[in-house]
Design a protein. Structure first.
Length: 621
């Protein structure tokens, strides 16, 4: 007898539950802008717009409607091009802090009815049934706005929300000037005071800067103090590195006694603000061996097997004057809260901008937490990441909350390097979360281009930094074209201000202070230079000449720079003139030129000029 297998009977009364969401016909995909699928927010400043795009489609041939929800507003979306599935809408953010948006889309039966009715009428077909259907369905061909309010969205599809962090303008635009207040004294053998440094602020304001950035202003340790040019044998009056923070005079919430007191710092900040500038402070999470935390919280540091605390190393370099903090010690929450308290302490003393030293050497989660905690109380605070490290790390720090980021600009000097790098920063997805700050030099970086290029090199890099980037900065001495390195092949300054007081003659021959002043004035007077998204590069027939533009609805700025500081360079640049011939003005020297659409001739002599900043107003329509 044959054996047959029997299938179990299915009780058709026990049906599997179908998720209601599967019945929704409209699909919303690829909502942009978005950072890591919404894991991190996109960034904007007050008054900037957000252009939302998404792929939206449905089965069949019904008409789709879609909107972007932003706060209480609904912004209608439209296809990017007829017949495509990519939809877009734009809105503006108006307040600092957290914001968000999401997309909603649905099959619009009223619009479908109107479309089909018109098609049938155009084909001469009988539409009496359709008109009856419209009357029964409440469709009114003469009241589209009423229908828009009453459309049935009961089966609409809604995307996940996308977060936005909205900063104030200074996070997007500003000119930074880095100075060591201890070098402002009359006596080269002692520290200058904040009172003396205040006398320098008028000169910096006259140069047109928005931010005065100070390296750490805290007490400096004595143990293993570094001498001039980073030597291990300091002289008795060598001040040491400001980044070796902490002494018996205090730690991260104290002021180096040579500079004065907390009240003296507040007076310095107030004078800066009176002159139209803000003060930025350095946050450097590290300690000298003399820092009070070394005795009070030894668990916050890493220890060797013999029990001694490990000093900082970047083999083969050794930094015996600095103890790194251990962000994953067993009592890490207390350390994290202590560092937040330091930040809030200086915010309470009026500081709203921080340049953060080497953030890539600290736990990334700490920055996400600390910046979020600070912003919860003070959304107007700006954090600049000083992380000259691998691209992935720099990107993640920006995602984690930093308002601005240092860049590789100082090492991008050829036309190809500048074009590729700045295009990546301003036209790729990076622009949604990483805001570049193009420092032309720093106390640590004196590039070979500046070492060997003379005054023309400084002029070229100034124009490039200030017009390529809405935010840029220089370290004091740049305007004097200081270019001597400590040794061949090194990017360290000779007699570095990091290890000694440095007296300067700000009126010495060969300075470019007048050009700095002009360029900063141009930036303030022309909104096109105060953002980055419109940056576009233009063709030149000489690789030593670079051309690029920025624009707003009201103006067009066209910049041409000679990248060769040693030789005369000339050639043709492509100029996208709106007419065959236009009159343009060079904002640097106010000379007017007649340029034509297409190729235009330029010539640069290093002893005369290194660049044009050309301005063309747009007629209002």
């Amino acid at each position: 007898m044959a054996v047959t297998s029997r299938q179990p009977r299915v009780d058709r009364r026990q049906r599997a539950e179908i998720p209601e969401a599967l019945s929704r016909r409209v699909i919303i995909e690829n909502v942009r802008p978005s950072v890591d699928s919404g894991r991190f927010p996109i960034k904007r400043t007050v008054g900037e717009s957000v252009r939302v795009t998404a792929d939206i489609f449905a089965d069949g041939h019904d008409v789709i409607a879609a909107v972007v929800h932003h706060g209480d507003d609904e912004i209608a979306m439209t296809p990017v091009a007829p017949g495509t599935d990519e939809w877009t809408a734009t809105f503006t953010v108006h307040a600092m802090g957290w914001d968000e948006f999401h997309v909603e889309a649905w099959v619009d039966r009223s619009l479908t009815w109107r479309r089909d009715l018109r098609l049938k009428e155009a084909a001469g077909q009988d539409v009496s049934v359709e008109l009856l259907e419209g009357s029964l369905g409440g469709f009114d061909d003469d009241a589209p706005h009423s229908m828009a309010r009453e459309r049935d969205r009961s089966r609409s599809t809604v995307s996940e929300p996308r977060r936005i962090w909205v900063d104030r303008e200074r996070a997007r635009y500003g000119a930074w000037y880095e100075m060591f207040p201890r070098s402002a004294g009359a006596d080269p053998h002692r520290s200058g005071t904040f009172r003396e440094a205040s006398a320098e602020l008028a000169r910096i304001a006259d140069l047109g800067f928005d931010v005065v950035y100070l390296p750490p202003i805290h007490p400096i340790g004595v143990s293993f103090r570094k001498g001039r040019n980073n030597s291990l044998t300091p002289a008795p009056d060598d001040p040491g590195s400001p980044w070796a923070i902490g002494s018996p005079a205090g730690g991260h919430t104290a002021v180096e006694p040579g500079l004065g007191t907390i009240d003296d710092f507040v007076a310095f900040r107030q004078e800066s603000e009176r002159l139209g500038m803000e003060v930025a402070l350095d946050l450097a999470w590290q300690c000298s061996p003399d820092h009070p935390w070394v005795k009070e919280h030894p668990e916050w540091f890493r220890h060797r097997p013999d029990g001694t605390i490990k000093y900082a190393e970047n083999p083969p370099k050794k930094y015996q004057d600095i103890y790194p903090l251990d962000f994953e010690n067993e009592d890490w929450p207390s350390l994290w809260h202590a560092l937040l308290d330091v930040t809030l302490f200086w915010i309470d003393h009026g500081v709203k901008i921080f340049r953060v030293d080497n953030p890539h050497t600290k736990t990334f989660g700490f920055w996400e937490w600390m910046i979020d905690q600070a912003h919860a109380q003070h959304p107007d605070v700006v954090f600049l990441s000083e992380a000259f490290t691998r691209p992935a790390l720099m990107r993640y720090l920006a995602k984690a909350g930093f308002s601005q980021s240092y860049t590789y600009f100082t090492w991008r000097n050829t036309k190809q390097e500048l074009t590729e790098y700045l295009t990546e920063l301003t036209q790729s997805e990076l622009r949604e979360f990483l805001r570049p700050n193009l420092f032309a030099n720093t106390p640590d970086i004196l590039h070979a281009y500046l070492q060997h290029g003379g005054r023309p090199a400084f002029e070229a890099r100034l124009i490039l930094a200030a017009t390529l980037g809405a935010s840029y900065g220089i370290y004091s001495g740049f305007e004097l074209c200081e270019s001597r390195a400590v040794a061949p092949g090194s990017e360290e300054y000779f007699d570095s201000e990091k290890y000694q007081f440095k007296k300067r003659d700000w009126a010495q021959p060969g300075n470019i202070s007048e050009l700095v002043c002009r360029v900063n004035r141009i930036r303030r007077e022309h909104a096109a230079l105060q953002s980055n998204e419109s940056l576009r590069f233009h063709a030149t027939d000489n690789d030593r000449i670079i051309a690029y533009s920025k624009e707003t609805p009201d103006e067009f700025i066209f910049v041409v720079v000679n990248l060769d500081p040693h030789h005369m360079q000339h050639g043709f640049v492509d100029f996208p003139a709106p007419h065959d011939a236009v009159t343009i003005q060079d904002l640097v020297d106010e000379v007017h030129y007649t340029w034509h659409r297409g190729r235009n001739y330029v010539r640069f002599d290093p002893d005369i000029r290194q660049g044009h900043i050309l301005w063309l107003p747009k007629p209002r329509t």
